[in-house]
Design a protein. Structure first.
Length: 68
């Protein structure tokens, strides 16, 4: 079964059970090069493999901010 998600201004169909880490890999995004938010909440890189996407989820990517 597929679910519909909203990823970086696109609507995608992905298999149920897809994780945020798997989505980034499928979209050829380097995990270290992006920060992620799921439904408006920040998801740390180490939590992505355990973050299962659900129908209607909104995933945003943004550049991590570094500096001091």
């Amino acid at each position: 079964m597929n679910i519909t998600i909203h990823f970086d201004e696109k609507t995608l169909q992905v298999p149920a059970g897809t994780t945020l880490a798997a989505l980034l890999e499928a979209q050829r995004r380097t995990p270290e090069s992006v920060a992620t938010a799921l439904n408006g909440l920040f998801v740390p890189r180490e939590a992505r493999p355990d973050t299962v996407l659900g129908h209607g989820d909104q995933i945003l990517l943004f550049k991590p901010i570094v500096g001091g």
